[in-house]
Design a protein around this ligand. Sequence first.
Ligand SMILES: NC(=O)C1=CN([C@@H]2O[C@H](COP(=O)(O)OP(=O)(O)OC[C@H]3O[C@@H](n4cnc5c(N)ncnc54)[C@H](OP(=O)(O)O)[C@@H]3O)[C@@H](O)[C@H]2O)C=CC1
Ligand SMILES: O=C(O)C1=N[C@H](C(=O)O)C[C@H](O)C1
Length: 337
Amino acid sequence: MNVVDEVGFVNGSGLAAVGGGRHGRHGCCDRPRLEAGTKGFGRSMTVRAPRLGVRMSMGDELIYIMVNGMPGGMALETAEAVARRHTLVPVGLTGADVGVTSMEIEGNSVELVRPDERDQALKEVKEKYPGVVAIDFTHPTAVNGNVELYAKYGIDSIIGTTGGDEEAMREAVMRSSGVYSVIAPNMGKQIVAFQAMMKSISTEFPGCLSGYTMNVVESHQSTKADTSGTAKAVINSFNDMGVDFPVDHVEKVRTEAEQLDRMGVPMKYLKGHAYHTYTLTSPDGTVTLEFKHNVRGRLVYAEGTVDAAEFLVEKRALGGDQQIFNMIDILRSGKMQ
Ligand SMILES: NC(=O)C1=CN([C@@H]2O[C@H](COP(=O)(O)OP(=O)(O)OC[C@H]3O[C@@H](n4cnc5c(N)ncnc54)[C@H](OP(=O)(O)O)[C@@H]3O)[C@@H](O)[C@H]2O)C=CC1
Ligand SMILES: O=C(O)C1=N[C@H](C(=O)O)C[C@H](O)C1
């Protein structure tokens, strides 16, 4: 269902991307242009005011969701999931060097806003889309600044971007009372369950792997800037079980040849995969434990992210004191599909 069309936002604005393409590491083409008579968001695009009370809601009703980080892989996949399930806000934050000005998502046009205009754009999004939830799949260098602005304008957020300063994000959210956020390195239900399992073992049996050595190998698309945030979270649990493993000992596989030949990643998923193997060995070498979680593509994270947005809207409506959640909270709530 094209929910944006149904409400009339995009059609109402008359926004239509024409031509264009990507440049830089996203591939190169002409910049898209807006059709004559349309105006850009954050400058003077006309976006019809939402019908208050119609879309902002809990349960089965639709939520306004802004997706930031397009044309990156995670933001694109998530925007598609949002368009299938809720109302995609026709504006999203992008990087400074991105060569497109808008994206078509399931028939909806989304205007991309660069960092120098993000402050004004977020202010306007908050005014025009009450109850909006922002989803962030951007870059480790961008996410903390974005979180500061979400908090400044009272925008609730789902932060999937890894590699930022999580403590600073938490502080930014906590400074604004009444602002809620989910911050988590992994939104995939089954991977979150694995994380929860490891955390729970570490709590119930602290020191159970005392003296064991560990080897961690993770493979992601070559553009990934940081070490897997999921691996870092799982390693914390192993360390609580008595393993002494510094996060900077994680082996990162980022070259496609090695991903194909050594890791067994199918060609189709070289641009989007997350393979993790943790191997633990007893002090005398007689016992080996191996844990593996391999994800191809990004659908599982995108759907989990939308589950998180629904969870957050419910929490906000209840108005509780807890402002920051992780995906284990959402898994526990039963809200993950
Ligand atoms: N929590 C989870 O479940 C998951 C988290 N992730 C995390 O999400 C993040 C994004 O992943 P992925 O999509 O693969 O990465 P990509 O590099 O494909 O996409 C990131 C996008 O963000 C853009 N960007 C850069 N700076 C800004 C900015 N200031 N504001 C808005 N956008 C910006 C980039 O533009 P440009 O290319 O020009 O730099 C790019 O288009 C990573 O941190 C990754 O680890 C990924 C998968 C699952
Ligand atoms: O960049 C990715 O792709 C992923 N990032 C997250 C992480 O760093 O843990 C989640 C998953 O590994 C995919």
